[in-house]
Design a protein around this ligand. Structure first.
Ligand code: SF4
Length: 754
């Protein structure tokens, strides 16, 4: 953007390839070329940081393999043969195809798979605006491994985000005496914001416990490591609660006031006792047992004070127990010895950890998406939340110290206020919508910010059943990824240095991801791509003004009054401080209005309590002779999903896919360090190099996800995974992909060839 030879410094921000860290970046620009990236200043100096991936962003922008112009497929799908076309031609082909498909099947049959856009708001928003205008189908990507947490959290807290309840006070640097990182590896996935805080806490005396099937980088910093079998988290939670209840370490005041533990539950049908059952006018009122009068009473703030939280009662001939009593009864089935058998964690460690949680003044539970990537992952979250709830280690009010900024999402989610908006389909439901045309047919897909074939479950199914059923595929991409090869129209998109966006992260900052150079080659920003297609479809007026107009639109909310695009171009802005002591009371939008230790809505599913149900496929509790090994996928610090997998500087350090296998399992199979091995099950196989490592337990192998298909000798991680839908997740939120609930066998590569 400058023609001089002088170096110009432009502040921008990494749009959080990694999550929501959004490190500030200072770009050094000479002429029209970015010559260096370094971390940019923040108002709080400690927040100035950058990771390997952020530093390697230049290698993406100037990568020789970038897609340079729009292309139309000329070979077979998957062959990767394309011919150059103009943008105008590309938009014309897409609009004509969309119009003809919508004529036959309706606009609903056109799906937009918007993957992980990072923290970028308007590049995502622009798509939503067009999807809303056309009333087509937005395919939600939560189910790409991230739907288990919101599903479990909705059941317990009534919110899809459990974090504010689970570690609200942590963000205020209110360091706990005990921090339990459960099924997450922030040292690799969120190294700069989250892991830095964890280490700050540790330096101030916090005891760090890490629960994980792998001995991760985060685990290496722990005071106590709890290495459990994958998918047994809810059994561990029940075992911990067994210890807590047995020792009387539960926080009864918290349980009574904040949870539905005191509610009476009918033992004949599992439903809550209601007003109608005891002749009350308020027929749907919840009923508690009053300790003082020894009678049932309608739940009110006044009656809750003397409500019994334990015990068995009979009301009008109906046998009842309190919800907490039902939970206590369930935990009796999980004494430390039995829990140890299921989880692989020693009974002694389970007992000590249960006691520690129960006696800590302030314990914080930190988790993320990984441990819910099993078939019953939503229950894993409920188990963790139940441990936190019965000990009162939860936030019921929140103060970050800052007034939150509210973004103006309405024009994006519902572009025409009095008209219906888009249809919504979970990404795992998309398989059936395309292959079986259920719940309705999807005939065309637009993929943006997603390497679908590489990253989603069951590659063979996608290649052989899913792609062939689609009439039309459009992909916006930087590179010829494994998915891009299947596109009918392939559109070159800009890197984050080539367009502007508004980033409301990292908390508590607002930042501008400022355009540093003009888009290289013929690439365009997502906003400009959407605008070009919208023009052809007759919606051009909604996208006038490009990225700047979109940013101004999303910032058009009174809460952002003082912050402007212009101000943000110079610095990251700290949110306004709350008055001293200012807090937001947290509410629970559950059916009972309380933290739900007992979920009446799941009685018919047999999951009213956070029961332990063994993994559906991984051979944890039951023997699977054919496929005796549990396969899991960790994350790598060298990639964010499949991004950066083709970056030379990172490949120099971490050159190829590797499977970690425990030395005992390796020896059983005559596998030695660096041998090529084949991993297989009934769905497919993959071949890659083995590393013998005690970081994984016996019976478990781990490959970090995100390597591209062509980087394996054959196959890939997702040639092994499955697309089985969990009906409870489908009912409550959307079904999750269960990448960590997979059974396989592993053998030396040569043995397959012979
Ligand atoms: S930590 Fe995340 S936001 Fe920061 S530079 Fe790395 S990838 Fe970007």
């Amino acid at each position: 953007m400058t023609n001089s030879n002088e170096v110009q410094l432009i502040r921008t921000a990494c749009p959080a390839h990694c999550g929501i860290d959004c490190c500030g970046i200072l770009a050094h620009v000479k002429g029209d070329k970015v010559v260096k990236l370094e971390p940019a200043e923040f108002p709080i100096p400690n927040d100035k940081r950058i990771c390997l991936r952020g530093l390697s962003s230049l290698d993406i922008t100037y990568h020789p393999d970038r897609l340079k112009y729009p292309m139309k497929r000329v070979g077979k799908r998957g062959e990767g043969k394309f011919e150059r076309i103009s943008w105008d031609k590309a938009f014309e082909i897409i609009s004509e195809k969309f119009k003809s498909i919508s004529k036959e099947y309706g606009w609903k049959s056109i799906g937009w798979v918007l993957g992980g856009p990072g923290a970028g708001t308007t590049k995502f928003g622009a798509y939503l605006r067009l999807v809303s205008l056309t009333q087509s189908t937005r395919v939600s990507a939560w189910g790409y491994g991230d739907a288990g947490i919101p599903c479990g959290s909705r059941i317990v807290f009534g919110s899809q985000f459990p974090y504010i309840y689970l570690f609200g006070t942590f963000w205020q640097r209110n360091w706990p005496d005990l921090l339990i990182v459960w099924g997450s590896n922030p040292a690799e996935t969120a190294p700069l914001q989250t892991m830095r805080k964890i280490l700050d806490a540790k330096e101030k005396g916090t005891q760090l416990v890490v629960i994980d099937p792998r001995f991760t980088v985060t685990a290496s910093k722990a005071d106590v490591f709890v290495g459990l079998k994958p998918g047994t988290d809810s059994a561990l939670a029940l075992g911990l609660m067994n210890v807590i209840f047995n020792r009387g370490l539960q926080n009864e005041r918290f349980i009574r006031n904040e949870t539905n533990g005191a509610f009476l539950v009918r033992t004949d049908n599992g439903k809550f006792l209601r007003g109608k059952d005891i002749g009350e006018k308020k027929v749907n009122a919840f009923i508690i047992w009053d300790e003082n009068s020894d009678t049932p009473k309608v739940l009110r703030r006044s009656t809750l004070k003397t409500a019994s939280i334990k015990g068995e009662y009979e009301v009008n001939g109906i046998k009842c127990k309190t919800a907490l009593q039902l939970l206590i009864d369930l935990t009796k089935e999980y004494p430390p010895n039995k829990t140890a058998e299921i989880t692989g964690v020693s009974a002694d460690l389970i007992t000590k950890l249960g006691e520690k949680i129960g006696t800590s003044e302030n314990a914080i539970f930190f988790t993320w998406m990984g441990f819910t990537r099993t078939y019953y992952g939503d229950i894993s979250l409920r188990g963790l939340a139940s441990v936190a709830s019965i000990t009162g280690h939860l936030s019921t009010s929140f103060s970050s110290g800052y007034i939150p900024a509210v973004l103006n999402w309405d024009p994006f989610l519902k572009a025409i206020p009095d008209k219906p908006s888009f249809h919504r389909l979970g990404i795992l439901n998309l398989y059936n919508a395309v292959i079986l045309e259920k719940p309705y047919p999807i005939k065309a897909l637009w993929f943006a910010f997603i390497n679908f074939l590489n990253q989603c479950v069951d590659c063979n199914k996608i290649i052989n059943e899913f792609f062939p059923k689609l009439d039309f595929i459009v992909q916006t991409e930087l590179f010829m990824t494994p998915t891009a090869k299947y596109a009918d129209i392939l559109l070159p998109v800009s890197t984050f240095l080539e367009f502007s966006d508004f980033l409301p992260h990292p908390y508590p900052y607002l930042q501008l991801q400022q355009k540093v150079i003009n888009p290289l080659y013929e690439s365009k920003s997502d906003v400009d791509i959407v605008a070009g297609l919208a023009e052809k479809l007759g919606f051009g007026e909604y996208f006038k003004g490009g990225e700047d107009a979109m940013i101004d639109l999303i910032m058009d909310n009174p809460s952002l009054g003082d912050y402007t695009r212009d101000k943000l171009s110079k610095e990251a802005m700290l949110l306004r401080a709350l008055p001293e002591g200012g807090k937001f009371p947290l509410t629970f939008s559950t059916p009972s209005g309380k933290i739900e230790l007992y979920a009446e809505q799941l009685v018919e599913d047999g999951q009213a309590l956070p029961v332990y149900l063994p993994p559906i496929e991984a051979p944890i509790s039951k023997k699977n002779q054919k496929f005796p090994i549990a396969f899991i996928q960790g994350h790598s610090r060298f990639r964010t999903h499949s991004m950066f997998a083709n970056v030379k500087t990172l490949l120099d350090i971490n050159p190829e896919p590797i499977v970690d296998i425990n030395p005992v399992n390796a020896q059983e199979r005559n596998i030695k360090m660096a041998d090529m091995v084949t991993i297989f099950n009934d769905r497919g196989k993959t071949t890659l190099k083995a590393r013998l490592s005690e970081a994984v337990n016996q019976g478990v192998i781990d490959i970090t996800e995100g390597w591209w298909l062509n980087q394996f000798r054959e196959g890939s991680v997702n040639h092994l995974t499955h697309d089985i839908i969990n009906p409870v997740q489908n009912k409550i939120y959307e079904p999750n992909m269960h990448m960590n609930d997979v059974a396989v066998e592993i053998i030396k590569y040569k043995e397959v060839e012979e």
